[in-house]
Design a binder for this molecule. Sequence first.
Ligand code: GLU
Length: 445
Amino acid sequence: MNAQVDKVYEQVVARNRGEVEFHQAVREVLDSLTPALEGHPEYTENGLLERLVEPERQIVFRVPWVDDAGNVQVNRGFRIEFNSALGPYKGGLRFHPSVNIGIIKFLGFEQIFKNALTGQGIGGGKGGSDFDPHGKSDAEVMRFCQSFMTELSRHIGPNTDVPAGDIGVGGREIGYLFGQYKRLRNRYDAGVLTGKGLGFGGSLARTEATGYGTVLFAQSMLGTKGDSLEGKTVAVSGSGNVAIYAVEKLQALGGKAVTISDSSGYVVDEAGIDLDLLKQVKEVERGRVADYAARRPGARVATGGSVWQVPCDVALPCATQNELDGDAAATLVKNGCGVVAEGANMPSTPEAIEVFQKAGILYAPGKAANAGGVATSALEMEQNASRTRWDFETANAKLTDIMADIHDSCVETAERYGQPGNYVLGANVTGFTRVADVMIAHGII
Ligand code: GLU
């Protein structure tokens, strides 16, 4: 790291005490920017790094609601409007008990560069709450979403800030949030949220987009070595929207996903995950991976260790941040894994990334590999703005092109900076440069 980068990082730590995930995300980006800063004094002169690490606006609010037993519950809501250089703030909402301001800030920071990589004119933001939708009735989830939107509606709009889903926020939650926004504002702003139902402005392929995109990215990485996913054994973590559609796309491309996981453990299914059963258990019944294993002959549930102990050619971490540590990375490499593409945001710890890079395997950070979700959100905004609806093939073809473009931009940037195959440098420098140049054009704001 150079001295300026060190200084900015230290200031981030001092100013955002205890927000360890945010510190980690900043460090990972800043570490790889040194080559881009050298030879570009304008970035330093314009205080680019100092401005980039400070969110434009941070909204923290009380979310009171009444549970089915008549008790008053209070959660905390967040929306971090991080950077609007390239367009309206864009990024999901996460509802999970682990949510705090540091988690939302790390996600918002990552989103800036991810969204820049898509090339679609969207800024970076993120929000959420420490509300846990698991075990809540539909009516409780609805009342929570209505209370959350009662405050959030003051801050968002199709040209201001456009939230979407993330962990714990899917089609059901987006529906309740949209209904309450429409009622409060008396505006049918279809483009104020993405990930909507197909009957009220949602885009075909949005549900599939993050998982599909991650697999397409892995396929492109393998392509640089003249290889493909055909016949590959793949370890997938998670069992939410990203994991399910990663499994679907893998199967379409001839790969075999042999694992899924959730917070209670993981399932190994050597014969290959049964996609219909997985969808039934997770999407229809909102069940656990153990329910899948109970109904799938030959599948076994493991509670100790992690999914990364299962030998594989390709690993797709699709669960959550820091789910893959240095030891797990060493095990993957030892077992012959040659490709890691992140479907989740920051699932690999810094130690794990170091192991992958030292071993020289293909490793793609989430901000590049999982950008297909937000890219398709931007396609949804495009359809809403022009009051049109594309068929699945059209949306999917655009997603496929965008993922190929992100991959190629990362490869090209890494080569230009003398580090071929370094997707971390490729993604961070490409995203940073696009945002930084526009921030300079906009002046000191
Ligand atoms: N939460 C997703 C992400 O991490 C999608 C955000 C969006 O569609 O706006 O990129």
